[in-house]
Ligand binder design. Structure first.
Ligand code: FA5
Length: 359
């Protein structure tokens, strides 16, 4: 055995080692060289047969080779372990630069219903003009829905709005203790009464809310729809004030002057009363199913508050007066967005809803 042989064994080991990629194969190779019956172990065993001089120079070289193989094997096993970890990481890697794009694809952002968008815009406009925003119950009594609004029992005006009544005589909802029937409010004017009773003039407020009517639906009529009531009470309030507020609100919403007409309208709770119609924006006034082929749409009935209504609200009509209006919010939304059937608003169809402002 010569030094050259030892060099050949070292090179042969390294050559084989670098071909391997599995821990078990590396351990087998190690065993082939420095295991119990390995090449290098065989050399160590043969030292005892050498003469002393040869053993002295050759022994340390064989031990050195054994240590070399031991060390290289450990280093190579470490390297394999690191390679394996890196391989795993390369698959599970999170690319932080992609996160946002992936999210936009996967998540659909919600949006506001068009009625909510318009209602919030109107509320902001009225808040900026010093109005409060009030709310009231959906289930009402005859006093707030009719009597306090100058519509006594058996008055034909009760038939103007078809009412959903609660008729179960055993139900708590049916009577209010005074023998008065309960109902689903037919208009937001109920909140006028509550507003007057809870504050002292001068005051101004609006009251948006859902109302219910037992009537046949069509392109411009729903059974459940939204109104936005408004009331201003003070001293020397005139029809001009009323018209100013109505025109302001329409200009702010439509961002342009829209064609309106004011005509006399009968509502027992106002005197004089008006119907404010808007030129139909679906057909530009040519006539369609929304405006019933007359080119105009009833949108904003209004008038000067009747003295009897002020009295019901605890206000002296000799000292104060005021105006009130009841905007048809769904119809305003239709005109604003060119929606040709009111029933789309309640459909819950996301294809319809997602056409509006998204967040
Ligand atoms: C009223 O409800 C009165 N309380 C409004 C009022 C308030 C007048 C204060 C004067 C002073 P009317 O029934 O016309 O009025 O309804 C008001 C508005 O609600 C209508 O102009 C219309 O825009 C809308 N509206 C009425 N019925 C329906 C319906 N079935 N579907 C959708 N919108 C409707």
């Amino acid at each position: 055995m010569s030094i050259t042989n030892l060099e050949e064994i070292r090179e042969s080991f390294l050559e084989k080692l670098f071909m391997l990629s599995k821990e078990a194969d590396v351990l087998n190779l190690k065993s082939d060289f420095i295991g119990k019956n390995g090449i290098v172990s065989g050399l160590l065993k043969s030292l005892k047969d050498m003469d002393p001089e040869e053993r002295k120079s050759f022994g340390p070289k064989v031990n050195e080779l054994k240590d070399f193989i031991q060390e290289k094997t450990s280093l190579f096993l470490n390297k394999l372990e690191v390679d394996e970890i890196n391989e795993k990481l390369s698959h599970d890697r999170i690319d932080t630069t992609l996160t946002e794009r992936v999210q936009v694809k996967v998540l659909k952002h919600g949006g506001y219903h068009p009625r909510t968008i318009i209602q919030q815009e109107i509320e902001d406009i009225f808040l900026s003009m010093g109005f409060d925003i009030l709310d009231g119950p959906h289930i009402e009594d005859e006093f707030h829905n009719f009597e306090a609004l100058n519509i006594p029992k058996d008055h034909p005006a009760r038939d103007m709005q078809d009412t959903f009544w609660f008729h179960d005589p055993n139900s708590q909802l049916d009577v209010d203790g005074g023998g008065k029937k309960r109902l689903l409010r037919t208009h937001t004017s109920t909140i006028q009464v509550r507003g007057m009773l809870s504050r002292k003039p001068p005051f101004r407020f609006i009251a948006p809310g859902v109302v219910f009517r037992c009537e046949r639906t069509d392109a411009s009529h729903e059974m459940v729809f939204t109104q936005l009531e408004g009331m201003m009470v003070g001293k020397d309030i005139s029809v001009s004030n009323l018209i100013y507020f109505m025109k302001t609100i329409l200009r702010e919403i439509f961002k342009k002057d829209v064609e309106v007409r004011l005509r006399p309208g009968f509502f027992p709770f106002v005197e004089p009363g008006f119907e404010l119609d808007i030129r139909c924006l679906i057909c530009e006034g040519r006539g369609c199913s929304v405006c019933k082929h007359i080119g105009w749409l009833e949108l904003l009935p209004c008038g000067m508050v009747h003295p009897n209504v002020l009295k019901s609200g605890g206000i002296d009509p000799k000292e104060f007066n005021g105006f009130a209006f009841g905007l048809g919010l769904d119809r305003l939304v239709m005109m604003k967005y060119g929606i040709d059937d009111i029933r789309h608003l309640q459909s819950g169809d996301l294809r319809f809803n997602s056409q509006f402002k998204l967040y």
